[in-house]
Design a protein around this ligand. Sequence first.
Ligand SMILES: NC(=O)c1ccc[n+]([C@@H]2O[C@H](COP(=O)([O-])OP(=O)(O)OC[C@H]3O[C@@H](n4cnc5c(N)ncnc54)[C@H](O)[C@@H]3O)[C@@H](O)[C@H]2O)c1
Ligand SMILES: [Zn+2]
Length: 370
Amino acid sequence: MPNKMKSIHVGIPNKSYNILVGSNIVEQAVKKIKIKSKLKRAFIIWDDRLVDAQQKLYQALLKSKWEVHSFSVKAGEELKDIESVYPIYGQLLGANANRDSVVFALGGGSVGDAVGFVASTYLRGIRWVGVPTTLLAQVDSSLGGKTGINHSAGKNLIGSFYQPIMVICETQFLSTLSMRERVSGFGEAIKYAIAFDPKFYLELVKNKDKFLNLEPRFLVNIVSKCLKWKSKKVSKDEFDVKGIREALNFGHTFGHTLEAFTYYKVYQHGEAVIWGMRFALLLSEIRKKITPLIRRKVDDFLKKLPIPNLPQDLSDEILLSLMQKDKKVRDGKLNFVLSKGIGKVYSDNKVKKDEVIKAFSLLKNEGERL
Ligand SMILES: NC(=O)c1ccc[n+]([C@@H]2O[C@H](COP(=O)([O-])OP(=O)(O)OC[C@H]3O[C@@H](n4cnc5c(N)ncnc54)[C@H](O)[C@@H]3O)[C@@H](O)[C@H]2O)c1
Ligand SMILES: [Zn+2]
């Protein structure tokens, strides 16, 4: 009996696709991939830690009469180095992947970003399917078509917007995630709730443990809700130029700064975003946009999530200079996504440096007093 899957439509004009979410759905999902070519050739590029997931996808493709090729990669931030992606082109060339072939990116955000980028540039672009295997990738990075690699000057500086033809979120693949990775994914999930959806926020607060214990039904529901929110924003602003997608960056300005300051070695992305949301909420209170009561309520919840401490040696000057380097800075002005209450974010480019420093100092004192 096939399992129920949820389908989230990403309505980007001429490039729309579906994200299928469910438990034990790989076979059904693969059957739904429609390509015009008679010969169905699949190239699975997979995180070499995920042997079981690779087998499941491989078998599902064979069953649907695909010719299947498969190459493993070492996942992680190093995969997003130009030297690491170069051999992937070689493997595709060696196996004669052509414009009718489909690349499957099986792994977390690093695999999705790097392999999506390869798909977007190989032979000037061939189709790809995302099969995200971390919570972070399922609730966030798999949707939106931002693909890319890093440069020594900074993260994600080389890349493209390149939408997949389908994304398969198989929640069974998440069962092997460490608690740290689950908390990191939870950080991104709660971001959608605080930014856009008060009801969803209450649901997440109530069911945090079910989420972290990966209870299947609950998980499918939460992942789909996050994706619906992201899809809503992305489909109206594919190239991130209208300021609509910007709202998804709630908690990210400070979060990115923490990640950059620690060379991406201390925090998982979602962990940095949790600190970033606490910072953004403090700044919102300083800017008198959110009441102290609501700010404290949300903060009390966020601060109980187990994540690494703030770095001891991050000074105000370094903080400001890193923030100014953020891609989102426009005309030298600091631009923050702040909150007017749960479910209400707005963009604020009038934040002053001393307000940033005040928020940071309060955050270091656990954000208890204002
Ligand atoms: N494109 C976007 O819109 C976007 C958005 C957010 C983040 N990102 C990118 O995503 C990356 C971080 O994502 P990530 O944390 O998923 O990265 P990742 O691919 O490095 O995965 C994290 C770790 O989890 C392991 N892993 C993956 N799936 C697993 C599973 N099912 N069970 C056990 N272990 C598993 C990986 O081997 C790796 O060690 C960063 O490079 C970030 O820039 C991209
Ligand atoms: Zn993020």
